[in-house]
Design a protein. Sequence first.
Length: 343
Amino acid sequence: MTADETPVRRRRGPSMADVAQLAGVSGQTVSRVANGRRNVDEATRDRVLAAMREVGYRPNSAARALRNGQFRSIGVIVFELSSFGNTRTLDAIARAATASGYAVNLIPVLDATQGALSGAFDRLGEQAVDGVIILIEAHQLDEAEVLLPDGLPVVVVDSNADFDYPIVDTDQAQGARLATEHLLDLGHRTVWHLGGPAESFAASRRLRSWRQTLTDRGCPVPPVLTGDWSAGSGYDAGRELAADPEVTAVFVANDQMALGLLRALHEHGRAVPGDISVVGFDDMEEAAHFWPPLTTIRQSFAEVGRRSVDALVNEMQAGEHHHQPVAVATELVVRASTAPPRS
C-alpha cells in the first residue's frame, strides 16, 4: 500500500450494544427481546423495539418473532434433492407453507446419520424456525441411534421410523398392489419387478407389496432387479428382461426407470404392450408422452405437502400430536403400455 492509499474499511452496522445503550437496558435483555423470549415485561420490550427501530438494528430471522413470539418460518431437512419424488414433495411443501403464511428454510444433508441430522438442526436453530419437516427417504432414519431433538415440533415425510412425531407418506403399498393387480387382471401369469435402491424406504415398501400381492394371488415370484431411480439403470435392467422370453409384464418402481426400460425393450424388438406390458410409479408429467404412453401409479405430491404442513402447524400452534401415520392414497392411471398377454 502506498502512502497516499487509504485502507477501505467496512462500515459497522448498528449493534445490539447500541440498542442496549439507547434503551437503557442490558445486552442480555436486548437478546431476549430479539429472540422472542417471553421473560421481558411489556414496557421494557416496547422500549427495546423502539430503540431497534431508531438505530436501524435488524436482528436476523428472529426479527419476525419480535411482536408475536413466532418466526412464521419452518425448516425442511431434505436428502437427495435430485430425486424426482423429493423435488416434487419439496415443491408441494413450499406451496402449502406459503399458503399458510410461513417461509421455508431449506437444509440439504448428504446422508441420514445422527451427525448430519444434528448439524442440520443446529443450522435451523440459528435461522430461528418454529418447526421442522424432515424429508429423508432412507432407512438410516429408522435406526435407533438417530435421535430427534426435544422441544421442537417435527413432522417426518416418507419414513417408517418409530418416532413420537407425525409421519406423512404416500400409500406406497397400495400403489404397488394396484400396479401388480392391474397386470394380473389383464391375464399375465406373473409380474416382474424393477425396484429402487435398497436404502429407499419407498422402494422397499413397493417391493414388499408387489411380492405380497403375487403371493396372495398364488402367482410365481420372479427374482427382483434393482435400479437407482435413473433412466440409465432402467435401460440396463430392460436389456436383461428383454432377453427372457418368459417376461410378459413388468412393474417398475418409478417412471424414470420405466423410460429407460421401454427404450431397451424397443431396441431388442420386444413390443410394448404386445410382448411386454409395463407399469411405472409417480405419474411424472412426461409419462403421458412416453412411447407408448405409460400406465403408472399417480402419487399426490400436493396432498403429501399439504398434509405435512397441516400436521406441523397443528404441532406448532395448538400442541396437537397426531402420531397415527398419514397415508395419502394413490391412483392407477391406465394408458397404452399395458394389455393382455398374447395368446
